[in-house]
Design a protein around this ligand. Structure first.
Ligand SMILES: Nc1ncnc2c1ncn2[C@@H]1O[C@H](COP(=O)(O)OP(=O)(O)OP(=O)(O)O)[C@@H](O)[C@H]1O
Ligand SMILES: [Mg+2]
Length: 582
C-alpha cells in the first residue's frame, strides 16, 4: 500500500534519497566518537601523552561537528521530502475529487473527505518522514554499534544478543495490540468532523431551533469517544517506555558488573568499558525509536488505506472514446427511463420509472409534483449529473452519454435546488457562468433574472462582497443571482429546480416574461411548487411517485388530471397571498 502511494513523492525523490544517505553518515560519526573517547582514556591518559590527547581530541571535535552537520542536513531533507510528499498527496486527492460524480460524492461523506485530506495525510507525512530517517537510522546504528562492541569484547556482546530479541518481541507485541485502537480512533475522527461540519454550516438553523444544548451533547459524545479510544491506545503504547528502561538498566548493570571483573582480570581497559556503555545506550535507543516508528507506521497504515480509497475511486461518469462535443439544439428526449440511486438502502427502489418525454428546442416545460416525487432526480439526468439505470436520455438527438461531459454541461445550465454562492463579490460569482463576461453581459443577465435592480441598490453594486454561501443576501435575491449565473452561460437548455420559490409571484412572472422574450430559443425547464410558476408553460409534466401522471397544457390538465386540478384549486383559493411577502 505504501508502495502504491510512494509514486507521489515525485519531484521530492532527490530529498527522499539524500535523507538516508546523510543519516548513515551521521551514524558513522556517532559510532566513531565513543571509540575515540576510549583511545583518549586508555592510551592518552594512561600514558600521560598530551600530544596524543590533543590530536585525538581534535579529531573528536571534527567528528562531532560533522555528525551535527549530517544530522541537520538529514533532518532538513527529510522535512522537505515529507512535506512535499504530503502536498502531492493532497493535490492528487483534490484533483481526483473534482472528477467525482454526484454518485461518488454520495459514497464518501463530505466530512470524511475532509478528514482524509487533512488528518490522514498528516499521519502519512509523519510516517514517511520517520521511515526515511529513523527506519534507516535504527538498524544501521544497531549493527554498527554491535560490531563495535563485538570488536571490543565478545563476552559482553552476548548480553545484547539476548536483550535485543527479548525487547524486540515485547515492543512488537505492544504495537500489535495498539493498532486496532488507533484504527478505531480514525473512524471516530470522521464522525467528529461530521458533527462539527454539520453544526458549523447549519449554525443558523441550530440557533433558530434553540438546539445548541442538543448539539453540544452530540459533540460531547463523539469527542469523548475519540478521547477514550485514544487513551486506550496510548495506554498500551505507554508500556514502551518502562519496558525500555528495564532493559537498558539491566543491560548496563550486567555490563558494568561483568566489565569490572574483566578490567580487574586485566583483559579490558576502563575506556573500553565506558565506550561499551555508550554503545549500549545507542543500541537500545535505536531499538526504542524503531518501536516508535513501528507504532507510527501502523497508525499511518489505516490512514494510507483511506487516502488510497479516495485516489483509486473510479469516477462513475466518464467520457466515452471520441465523445461528441457539439450539441445541435436544446431538444430533450427521455426514452423509457428508469433510475435507482445506487446507495444500499435504495437498491431496487426506483426513483423514476418508465419516463417517456419529448421536449422540442425552445419549449418551456413546467414540472409539478409533491415533494419526493423525483422532480429533481428527473432533471439531474439531463446534464448527466447521474446516469440512467435503464433507457436513455437524449439531448439534441444524441444520448447524453455520448457527449463530452464538459461540453454537455456548458450547454445545459442548471440552477440546483440547494444552490450556493461562494465567498467573493457578486460579479465574481456571476462569472462562474462565463469567465470572460464583461460588465454589460453581467447586467444583461441580471436584468433577465430580475436581479439588476436590487444589486444596483447595494452601495457597492456588483462589487458587493457575498459571505460564504451567500448568507448576506435574502433568499429570493440569492435565487435570482443563481439564475443570472446560469443565464450567463448562454445555454441551450436552462433548468430551474424550484429556483424561484423565495421570489414573489410578480417578480417570478417578470422573470418568465423576460425568458420568453429574450431567450426564445433556449429550452426552459421549470420545476415549481406554485402552479402560477408553470401555468403559462408550453407543457406541464405532473410527476407522482417517480412516474408521469399527466402531460399537457394547464388547460388540458385541468380537464384530465386530478392531481393538477387539486393543486390548482387549493392554490388559487387565496394560496398566492402567502407568497407575496417577499
Ligand atoms: N442523493 C440521493 N441518494 C439517494 N436517494 C436520493 C438522493 N436524492 C434523492 N433521493 C431520493 O429520491 C426520491 C426523489 O427525490 P427528489 O429529490 O428527486 O424529489 P423532488 O421531487 O425533487 O422533491 P422536492 O420537491 O422536495 O425537491 C426521494 O425518495 C429521495 O429520498
Ligand atoms: Mg427537488
Amino acid at each position: 500500500m505504501f508502495k502504491k502511494l510512494s509514486k507521489y513523492v515525485k519531484e521530492y525523490k532527490k530529498d527522499a534519497i539524500l535523507t538516508p544517505i546523510f543519516v548513515i553518515l551521521e551514524v558513522v560519526m556517532e559510532v566513531v566518537i565513543p571509540l575515540l573517547m576510549a583511545r583518549i582514556i586508555d592510551v592518552g591518559i594512561q600514558n600521560g601523552d598530551v600530544k596524543y590527547i590533543v590530536e585525538i581530541g581534535g579529531l573528536l571535535i571534527v567528528c562531532a561537528i560533522l555528525s551535527l552537520t549530517f544530522g541537520m542536513l538529514s533532518g532538513r531533507f527529510a522535512a522537505k521530502a515529507s512535506a512535499g510528499y504530503a502536498k502531492n498527496l493532497r493535490k492528487e486527492m483534490f484533483h481526483k475529487i473534482q472528477d467525482y460524480s454526484f454518485e461518488n460524492i454520495d459514497k464518501f461523506s463530505t466530512s470524511s473527505l475532509v478528514t482524509r485530506m487533512t488528518t490522514d495525510v498528516t499521519n502519512v507525512q509523519m510516517a514517511f518522514q520517520m521511515i526515511i530517517r529513523i527506519l534507516v537510522r535504527g538498524p544501521i546504528m544497531m549493527i554498527f554499534a554491535l560490531l563495535m562492541v563485538l570488536s571490543i569484547s565478545t563476552k559482553l556482546s552476548t548480553i545484547f544478543f539476548v536483550a535485543i530479541p527479548v525487547l524486540g518481541v515485547v515492543l512488537y507485541y505492544i504495537a500489535i495490540k495498539a493498532h486496532p485502537n488507533f484504527e478505531r480512533v480514525f473512524k471516530k475522527y470522521d464522525k467528529l468532523n461530521r458533527v462539527v461540519q454539520e453544526n458549523v454550516s447549519a449554525i443558523r438553523v441550530v440557533k433558530a431551533f434553540v438546539r445548541e444544548d442538543h448539539e453540544e451533547e452530540k459533540f460531547k459524545e463523539v469527542n469523548d469517544e475519540v478521547y477514550r479510544d485514544f487513551k486506550k491506545a496510548e495506554k498500551i503504547v505507554a508500556f514502551n517506555g518502562p519496558a525500555m528502561q528495564i532493559t537498558i538498566y539491566t543491560c548496563i548493570l550486567l555490563i558494568s558488573w561483568i566489565g569490572s571483573q574483566l578490567i580487574v582480570g586485566g583483559t579490558m581497559q576502563t575506556g573500553e568499558l565506558s565506550s561499551i556503555i555508550t554503545y549500549a545506550w545507542q543500541i537500545l535507543a535505536s531499538l526504542m525509536m524503531l518501536s516508535f516508528v513501528f507504532v507510527m507506521v501502523i497508525m499511518a497504515q489505516s490512514s494510507a488505506e483511506r487516502i488510497l480509497e479516495v485516489i483509486e475511486e473510479e469516477p462513475s461518469l466518464k467520457n466515452k472514446e471520441n465523445p461528441v462535443t457539439k450539441i445541435k439544439d436544446g431538444s430533450i428526449k427521455f426514452e423509457d427511463v428508469s433510475f435507482v440511486y445506487s446507495d444500499e438502502e435504495n437498491k431496487n427502489k426506483y426513483s423514476l420509472q418508465n419516463i417517456n418525454l419529448d421536449i422540442k428546442a425552445g419549449e418551456t416545460v413546467g414540472i409539478i409534483g409533491g415533494t419526493g416525487s423525483s422532480k429533481s432526480t428527473l432533471v439531474q439526468l439531463i446534464p448527466r449529473l447521474y446516469d440512467v439505470t435503464k433507457g436513455s436520455v437524449k439531448v439534441g438527438g444524441i444520448d447524453v452519454r455520448n457527449y463530452d461531459i464538459h461540453a454537455l454541461r456548458e450547454e445545459v445550465a442548471m440552477v440546483l435546488q440547494k444552490n450556493v454562492l461562494f465567498s467573493g463579490t457578486i460579479a465574481e460569482n456571476l462569472r462562474w457562468g462565463d469567465k470572460s463576461a464583461d460588465q454589460e453581459d453581467l447586467e444583461e443577465a441580471c436584468k433577465l433574472a430580475q436581479a439588476d435592480g436590487f444589486i444596483k441598490e447595494f452601495p457597492s453594486k456588483y462589487e458587493t462582497v457575498l459571505d460564504q454561501g451567500g448568507t448576506n443576501v435574502s433568499g429570493g435575491q440569492k435565487q435570482r443571482i443563481c439564475i443570472a449565473r446560469a443565464i450567463l452561460k448562454q445555454p441551450k437548455i436552462l433548468i430551474l429546480d424550484d429556483s424561484t420559490s423565495a421570489v414573489d409571484t410578480k417578480t417570478d412572472a417578470l422573470i418568465r416574461k423576460a425568458f420568453r422574450e429574450k431567450i426564445p430559443n433556449t429550452t426552459k425547464i421549470i420545476i415549481a411548487q406554485r402552479v402560477s410558476s408553470v401555468e403559462d408553460a408550453d407543457k406541464i409534466i405532473v410527476l407522482n411517485e417517480g412516474r408521469i401522471n399527466g402531460i399537457g397544457t394547464s388547460e388540458e390538465l385541468l380537464k384530465t388530471n386530478n392531481i393538477y386540478r387539486e393543486v390548482y384549486e387549493s392554490q388559487m383559493k387565496g394560496g398566492d397571498e402567502e407568497d407575496a411577502e417577499n
